[in-house]
Design a binder for this molecule. Structure first.
Ligand SMILES: O=C(CO)[C@H](O)[C@H](O)COP(=O)(O)O
Length: 143
């Protein structure tokens, strides 16, 4: 699939998500180079709304700002997800077409799992408490 992706900062979590998208065989569209989250959220939303991308993935510190910016584009249903159940529900119950992730509060492997579930639309049942434990083991400051 074609996935529009943008993040307003870079760390191991954004790198992991972007690498996953490419390794999973998706064509990763980068519709904006700006680091300003309002612009990049809107750009990803526009790419999805215009049909250039099948889905969008936006990342910022909290995920909230990019979700809000994307959701201002008509036709966009951006969902902020922090675990796979939320991500699966966003597809199943909200027909979400943009996934918003916090790059500060999600461990890389958790962010990848969430993205994988969102794009596949398949519900998973992992031990979500593992995310908290993984964050505590990380060297990078996340607060
Ligand atoms: O999480 C965010 C918005 O929801 C941003 O990543 C965070 O606010 C940092 O960006 P800026 O310094 O431009 O405000």
């Amino acid at each position: 699939m074609k996935i529009a992706f943008a993040a307003d900062d870079r760390n191991s979590t954004t790198d992991a998500v972007r690498a996953f998208l490419a390794e999973a065989g998706h064509e990763v569209l980068l519709p904006v180079t700006s680091e300003a989250w309002p612009e990049l959220g809107a750009a990803v939303g526009k790419a999805v709304a215009d049909g250039e991308a099948d889905y969008g993935v936006v990342m910022c510190w909290t995920g909230t700002g990019t979700a809000i910016a994307a959701n201002k584009v008509p036709g966009v249903r951006a969902a902020l997800a922090w675990d796979t159940w939320i991500a699966a529900g966003a597809r199943k119950w909200n027909d979400a077409n943009v996934l918003a992730l916090s790059l500060k509060r999600l461990a890389p492997d958790v962010a990848v799992e969430i993205t994988d579930v969102f794009l596949s639309g398949i519900a998973a049942d992992p031990d979500e408490s593992a995310n908290i434990a993984r964050l505590g083991e990380m060297d990078e400051p996340r607060r």
